[in-house]
Every structure is written in structure tokens, then in C-alpha cells.
Design a protein around this ligand. Structure first.
Ligand SMILES: C[S@@+](CC[C@H](N)C(=O)[O-])C[C@H]1O[C@@H](n2cnc3c(N)ncnc32)[C@H](O)[C@@H]1O
Length: 418
């Protein structure tokens, strides 16, 4: 037994985890000075690591044994934790998750954007740390069971529990059954304000896979030809700060309403009430920010690519006569704009602002850009570019939209300094 352990250990390296990095990993150093990234490693822990990937500048490894454990470490709630790629921080007390997220945003901005002494506020906590998601996407295993992708892989981990979705979703997903090879790439289950549920089935083929549904829910199939309503409605309603938003199958909406409310309040507080001002809401979705900004400024213009989100935007903002919308990609719409705007809200997908979009955005000459980001690394890349173009990063506020995961939403404010 002793020999076996010695033999295994000789293939492993001992690592002292120095810090938490973006992506949920802990980072330490190998003897040759290269960084090594280990999932689930906490600062201060000494661990035996099996190296699974080696690059010139860094390596990745899996913790095989703990020499010393962090006193912060707690028991994970979910039985699939560690294998399922959905959660990364269940082994950390919630207060510590918030601290890590603040540090990560600060580190990314300092290292990638090259800004020093930027004001990064404490992470705004989520009112719910479990069962907070109003939408969740599953994949189907080969046997037709619902699951999530394994970390860093396309393999589906079949699940029997998940502690992130809201209660109605949790009741619905457990009753869903599919034939093996059902032909759906993703199954999304959403919960609206009246606790109604909507199932959206995404398929890349034009065939309509068979499905039996014996539940009081709406169901929509989305394939390359468009949407087919299988049961009930093709949308549901979400409530934020007392306002109801229509959200159709396929349209984006913030997944954690408690945090969305805090984020909207923060974003809107950054906009001075001034009827002389114009505001551009880039990547506006179904109109979440526009709806609260429209009564503060003289003119709001949205830009959104998704047709279903644009239809929802038109419905959600029909009471305002100072709101208009461009349907199209920001990188195509922005260069064609002739009007200048005083304030821009930009809430792009994870990839951040495309180069053409950022260059054209600067020509729109806003005094203030409120950048809402779901990826601090692309935020930091874009911050560097905006600073080169004459903007100053005034402040950044992380919001914990996704407890138990490494993901973090950040609202960063850029002021024009030239
Ligand atoms: C992170 S969501 C933000 C939506 C909205 N601001 C909200 O809070 O509900 C990003 C939105 O950008 C849209 N989008 C993606 N790529 C786009 C592009 N190239 N140009 C314009 N909109 C795009 C998506 O359809 C989605 O609605």
C-alpha cells in the first residue's frame, strides 16, 4: 500500500495554491516557475496534483490529494459537484465567493487593461444563493436523460439534482423524458412571474422530433426554420422592479431577477435625469435598461440583433414615444450612425465588443459609457482599447448574478477624458 502511494506520488507534483483566478481555478507555481492551474484549489492549500496539460508558459492539473486543507473549505451541497461543469464554488462559503469575484475583476482590469488603482466595489450579493435561476439550459445524454456538460468537455453528465433553478423549473425538469437520440441540442426551462413554465427545445435539424408532454407548461421548438409552438404560449413574463417584460422563447433575459433589480437600479442611478440627453442602449435585448432609462432622458435608441428580442422590445416599450430601435448587429449599425449620443449602455455577450463596434462606438462620442459585462477578461480587453481612445475607467461594480459559479457580472463606468 505504501509502495503504491509512493509510486503514484512520484508522478504528481506538490503545489501550494497561491490565489484564486478567473475561471474558478486556484493558481500555484511549478518548480520551474510556470503557473499551474488547479480546479477547486483554494489559496493556502498544499495539494498533490496530477498534471493533465503542459504548455510552454503554464500547466493544468487535477488535485489528487490534499496535504493541507483551507479552513474556508466547506461541504458542497450537490452530489454532482466536481464532475458537472455548471458550478465551481460550492466548496466556498458565500461571503468568500463574493470576495473572490471582486478580486478577480480587480486583477483582470489591472493585468489586462493595465489600469492601476481602479475603484472596484465590493461584489453586490445575490438575495438568493440557491434556486435563483429563472432559466436553465440542459443537454441530453445519449440515453435521452437531462444533464449538463462536464467541465472542459462535450460529455453530458446525467443529473438527478441541481440547486440553481427556481422551484417551478425544478419540478418541471425532473418530469421531462426524451427518447435516446431525440435530436435536441439543448432543452431550456424557464419560469415566469406567475410561476408559469416555458420549455424551449433547440434543434439544428428541420425534423420535428417526437415529444410527449403531459404537463401544464408551454413548449416551443426552435430550429433553423424558426419557431413552432407545441403547447401554450411562445413567451412568458418576467417582473423587474414592478415592471413586467414579455420574453419570448429565444430572447435573452437576465437569469437572476433579485440581482437584475439591483443592477438595473445601479445602472439607472448612473444616468443623470436630463431631458436634453440622448442614450444609446447597445445589445438592448427585450428592453430592460431602456424601459427604466426612457423617463430620465430625452431620447433612447436600442440596438439588438435577435429578431424575437426586438419584437419583445417593441411590445415592452410601446408606451414611450421617445424610444426607437435598430434591428441589426451593433458592428453594422454603429458605423452607419450619424447622430451623436451623450450616454451609451453596452451589454454585449460574453465575447465583448467587436473591434469594429468599439471603434464606431467611440465615434458616437458619448460622455459616459456604462459597460455591463458578463466576462471580466473581455471587459478588461475592451477597457484597454477604450482607455487608448481617450476614456477613463471611473469605477467597476461586480454583481453576483451567478452564485456557486465563477461567473460574475460587472458594471464598469467609462468617462470621456479628452
Ligand atoms: C447580455 S444580453 C443583454 C440584453 C439586455 N441588455 C438585458 O439586460 O436584458 C446581450 C444581447 O445582445 C444581443 N446580441 C448578440 N450579438 C449582438 C450583436 N452583434 N449586435 C447586437 N446585439 C447582439 C443578444 O441577442 C442579447 O439580447
Amino acid at each position: 500500500m505504501k509502495d503504491e502511494k509512493m509510486a503514484k506520488a512520484s508522478d504528481w507534483v506538490e503545489v501550494t495554491v497561491e490565489k484564486a483566478v478567473y475561471g474558478g481555478d486556484g493558481m500555484g507555481r511549478l518548480a520551474d516557475g510556470r503557473a499551474i492551474f488547479v480546479p477547486f484549489g483554494l489559496p493556502g492549500e498544499i495539494v498533490w496534483v496530477e498534471i493533465v496539460e503542459e504548455k510552454r508558459g503554464h500547466a493544468r492539473g487535477i488535485i489528487r490529494e490534499w496535504v493541507s486543507c483551507s479552513p474556508e473549505r466547506i461541504e458542497a451541497r450537490c452530489r454532482h459537484y466536481g464532475l458537472c461543469g455548471g458550478c465551481h464554488y460550492q466548496h466556498l462559503p458565500y461571503e468568500k465567493q463574493l470576495e473572490f469575484k471582486r478580486e478577480v475583476v480587480q486583477e483582470q482590469l489591472e493585468r489586462i487593461a493595465g489600469v492601476k488603482d481602479v475603484r472596484v466595489d465590493a461584489t453586490v450579493a445575490s438575495p438568493k444563493t440557491w434556486n435563483y435561476r429563472n432559466t436553465i439550459q440542459f443537454h441530453l445524454s445519449e440515453t435521452g436523460k437531462l444533464g449538463f456538460l462536464e467541465a472542459g468537455s462535450h460529455r453530458v453528465v446525467e443529473i438527478s439534482e441541481c440547486h440553481l433553478p427556481e422551484t417551478v423549473i425544478d419540478e418541471v425538469w425532473k418530469k421531462l423524458e426524451f427518447d435516446s437520440g431525440a435530436g435536441y441540442e439543448r432543452i431550456e426551462v424557464s419560469q415566469g412571474a406567475d410561476e408559469e413554465a416555458l420549455i424551449t427545445l433547440y434543434s439544428s435539424s428541420l425534423e420535428m422530433p417526437e415529444m410527449e408532454l403531459d404537463l401544464p407548461v408551454s413548449a416551443v421548438q426552435i430550429n433553423p426554420a424558426g419557431k413552432v409552438v407545441l403547447a401554450g404560449d411562445d413567451c412568458l413574463w418576467m417582473e423587474v422592479l414592478g415592471r413586467t417584460f414579455k420574453v419570448s422563447a429565444g430572447s435573452f433575459f437576465q437569469v437572476n431577477l433579485g440581482v437584475a433589480e439591483k443592477m438595473v437600479e445601479h445602472v439607472i442611478s448612473l444616468i443623470p435625469a436630463d431631458r436634453q440627453q440622448s442614450l444609446l442602449d447597445l445589445y438592448c435585448g427585450v428592453g430592460l435598461f431602456s424601459a427604466f432609462a426612457a423617463s430620465k432622458v430625452g431620447q433612447v435608441t436600442g440596438v439588438e440583433l435577435s429578431e424575437s428580442a426586438c419584437d419583445d422590445f417593441a411590445d415592452n416599450l410601446q408606451e414611450f414615444d421617445n424610444v426607437s430601435l435598430y434591428v441589426g448587429a451593433a458592428e453594422d449599425v454603429l458605423p452607419a450612425l450619424t447622430q451623436k449620443y451623450d450616454i451609451v449602455i453596452a451589454d454585449p455577450p460574453r465575447a465583448g465588443l467587436q473591434r469594429e463596434a468599439l471603434d464606431a462606438l467611440v465615434k458616437v462620442a458619448p460622455k459616459k459609457i456604462i459597460y455591463v459585462s458578463c466576462d471580466p477578461s473581455t471587459l478588461a480587453r475592451d477597457a484597454k482599447r477604450l482607455i487608448e481612445k481617450g476614456y477613463t475607467l471611473a469605477q467597476a461594480t461586480p454583481f453576483d448574478m451567478f452564485p456557486q459559479t465563477y461567473h460574475v457580472e460587472t458594471v464598469a463606468v467609462f468617462d470621456r477624458s479628452l
